[in-house]
Design a protein around this ligand. Structure first.
Ligand code: PMT
Length: 227
């Protein structure tokens, strides 16, 4: 099938990991490389979309041609950027790995090592950006979330994904199995695409660009339906 056009569509995509500062030189971060978010941006731009890519910490990646890049550090910075950009976007995709918590206090100076036992790090909740974006959704706007899940004895990756789709209220949720060297930092990915209307499709193992294509196919279907 021919790639479906995103001509005239403004898409906002978040990519990479947030960093939550402890002091001027240290932070709490995660393993997201930004590769999946950049692949989403590249494929969207190739299909004719106007793309704004909001990137946290990433590997050394080339900004895809024609894509507007906005850099952020922390989850709170990401939230501010996404609200601003989403106000003018037809599609919002949250592929960033956002820290759920941040240190309560930011020490202005480098935390010093002493002979005493270190203090525990007190954490506070970060805003749930995806949930906020869903609450602020414009008419006809399509919102896509990602879920990085590990299964356990009682619940599968897919069941965690289903519960997350209901909780977040987005239109589409891409569920990635992570852990054991999967998804984070890799060139390849796989998962499921869950839709708020109950449809579920497996995304076969392939490059992050292939997963991005599957996401844009599903988004395009929704945009066409709501016109
Ligand atoms: O960057 P790569 O190395 O290429 O790896 C890609 C990836 C595995 C990071 C990516 O495919 C992915 O799954 N991204 C989402 C990771 C994540 O944070 O999942 P989550 O289950 O914690 O969050 C669920 C959704 O809510 C995500 O859309 C996330 O962006 C969003 N979220 C999470 C927490 C928070 N405080 N605010 C949010 O908006």
């Amino acid at each position: 099938a021919l790639p479906r056009s995103l001509e005239g569509v403004h898409v906002a995509i978040s990519a990479g990991g947030t960093r939550e500062a402890l002091d001027p030189v240290r932070f709490i971060g995660n393993r997201s490389s930004g590769k999946q978010g950049y692949a989403l941006a590249r494929v969207a731009a190739q299909r004719g979309a106007r793309v704004t890519l909001v990137a946290g910490n990433t590997a050394d990646l080339v900004t895809p041609a024609g894509v507007d890049l906005v850099r952020i550090g922390s989850a709170v910075e990401l939230r501010d950027a996404m609200h601003k950009i989403a106000a003018d976007a037809d599609v919002v995709v949250m592929a960033a790995a956002v820290a759920d918590f941040r240190p309560v206090s930011l020490t202005g100076h480098k935390i010093k090592k002493t002979d005493a036992e270190p203090d525990p790090i007190a954490l506070t909740k970060n805003p749930d950006i995806l949930k906020e974006l869903v609450s602020a959704r414009r008419d006809g706007q399509v919102i896509v979330g990602f879920a990085a899940e590990t299964g356990d004895e009682t619940t599968s990756v897919l069941d965690y994904g289903r519960a997350k789709l209901r909780r977040k209220g987005c239109d589409l949720l891409v569920v990635n199995a992570v852990g054991d060297g999967k998804a984070f930092e890799q060139e390849d990915n796989a998962g499921w695409l869950l839709s708020a209307d109950g449809a579920e499709a497996a995304i076969p193992h392939g490059s992050k660009a292939q997963l991005a294509s599957a996401v844009w196919d599903a988004v395009t279907d929704r945009l066409t339906r709501s016109q």
